[in-house]
Unconditional design. Structure first.
Length: 266
């Protein structure tokens, strides 16, 4: 075989690697560890856990709120309402502050995290959906396959990634949570959560939560899975949905192990 033929074969093989699709990310099931009360009036758009409490942002014009609750009892410890023209979306903590943005009105709010006292407003372009944070940046979704990494002071976009699985864009990304160096993302109107790389956007795996809340306990077609929170100290993951009666603490497990799983009720 001539050297020219060898070079041609090498070029062909390298080119083939570029066009072959990536393998689809693996899918696992879940086990419910515990469940906690959740107000069915809460149209959940943002959720996180901090200092033993759930912080939740709710949506819909005229009923958008920021709510702090006790996990064990579901008792509201603090809350504040957005002006009626705003549709509340994702929330995130940053230092002593808390951010909440809105769907189509290009307006966000900064609160004192301890008192929920409004501090200032800010503006941005595009739609507001989900929000989470790494150690250095605020990470947001806008309903597309793109995630934006923002300066936590100015809220300006520093860079973006496109989320893909098997080479295909994953659209409708909604509520987000940053867990152990990965981004967990709800996909709107789906019972799956994507685990993805914050550097490449590649989906690393899926958690299939089918059946976690029976259809007869969902208010309507918009009562979908949307809400992920993480307790870093105890390594606990929580999920909920819009107008759901419960917040679930879950463990990701192989699909076979998920069958017939039992859980304690709080």
């Amino acid at each position: 075989m001539s050297s020219q033929t060898i070079r041609s074969l090498l070029c062909f093989c390298i080119g083939l690697l570029w066009v072959l699709p990536l393998a689809a990310a693996p899918v696992v099931g879940y086990r419910v560890v515990a469940s906690y009360p959740h107000a069915t009036d809460n149209y959940t758009e943002g959720l996180f856990y901090r200092d033993g409490m759930f912080y939740e942002g709710t949506g819909r014009e005229g009923d958008s709120r920021l709510v702090v609750t006790d996990p064990a009892t579901g008792k509201v410890l603090q809350q504040t309402a957005l002006p009626s023209q705003f549709f509340g979306e994702g929330i995130v903590d940053w230092g002593a502050n808390l951010y909440q943005w809105t769907w189509e009105t290009h307006t966000g709010f900064v609160y004192d995290r301890f008192s929920l006292r409004p501090i200032r407003q800010f503006t941005y372009e595009g739609e507001g959906w989900g929000m989470t944070r790494s150690e250095r940046e605020i990470i947001t979704s806008d309903g597309s396959a793109m995630l934006s990494f923002r300066d936590p002071v100015t809220f300006k976009v520093r860079h973006t990634i496109t989320v893909r699985d098997d080479g295909h864009p994953v659209k409708q990304l909604n509520e987000l949570e940053y867990i152990k160096g990965e981004i967990y993302a709800n996909v709107w109107h789906s019972d799956r959560i994507a685990r993805l790389s914050p550097t490449t956007g590649r989906v690393l795996g899926w958690i299939d939560l089918t059946g976690i809340l029976p259809a007869d306990q969902r208010r309507d077609g918009e009562s979908v899975l949307n809400g992920i929170a993480y307790d870093a100290k105890q390594n606990r993951i929580f999920v909920t949905g819009k107008n759901w009666p419960k917040i679930f603490e879950i463990k990701a497990v192989p699909r076979a192990a998920a069958t017939g799983a039992k859980h304690k009720r709080n």
